[in-house]
Write a protein that binds this ligand. Structure first.
Ligand SMILES: [Fe+2]
Ligand SMILES: [Fe+2]
Length: 158
């Protein structure tokens, strides 16, 4: 379904995790274009952006497999928690559009789980293309679905 499945020929066995494998990967810069107007959602998004950047930096710097795995697990856990948070607010404030919003959430969970399977079962680190895909997904979701939700919530929660 994504860039995550397109790089089967790139292999990073545990023993190869060293400075020689340093790769350039994407970071996300937080700025006002990601502001969705609801503080509790902005706080979650900033946490997710921080974790994304910690993960990409850990791969770029050639950190240990266990550390990268731990950061990825934390990112997945926080992402799922954040999605449930938004979905709870959608139900609470009777947001029209919950199904299409949830469908995008489920797509991302599938994508990051694929990354975790790749790491744990095939000993392959996320590639720069994987980070590119995730960063694009996250920022487009925030400026698309989350922005629409934020405008709605800012009105009804006021
Ligand atoms: Fe969302
Ligand atoms: Fe969100």
């Amino acid at each position: 379904m994504s860039a995550l499945t397109g790089f089967d020929n790139i292999s990073f066995p545990y023993s190869s995790l060293s400075a020689q494998w340093v790769v350039r990967v994407k970071n996300i810069s937080w700025d006002d274009s990601l502001n969705v107007d609801v503080d509790e959602i902005n706080d979650d998004h900033q946490k997710l952006v921080d974790l994304f950047n910690i993960l990409s930096q850990s791969v770029e710097e050639g950190n240990s497999f266990d550390y990268i795995d731990a950061v990825l697990e934390e990112l997945i856990t926080c992402t799922i928690w954040h999605f449930r948070h938004e979905e709870r607010l959608m139900v609470r404030y009777q947001y029209d559009g919950i199904e299409s919003h949830k469908a995008e959430h489920n797509d991302l969970i599938e994508g990051v789980r694929a990354m975790q399977v790749m790491l744990r079962e095939e000993n392959r680190l996320p590639t720069s293309e994987d980070f590119e895909y995730l960063a694009d997904w996250l920022t487009s979701h925030i400026v698309g679905q989350d922005m629409r939700l934020g405008f709605y919530l800012a009105e009804v929660m006021a």
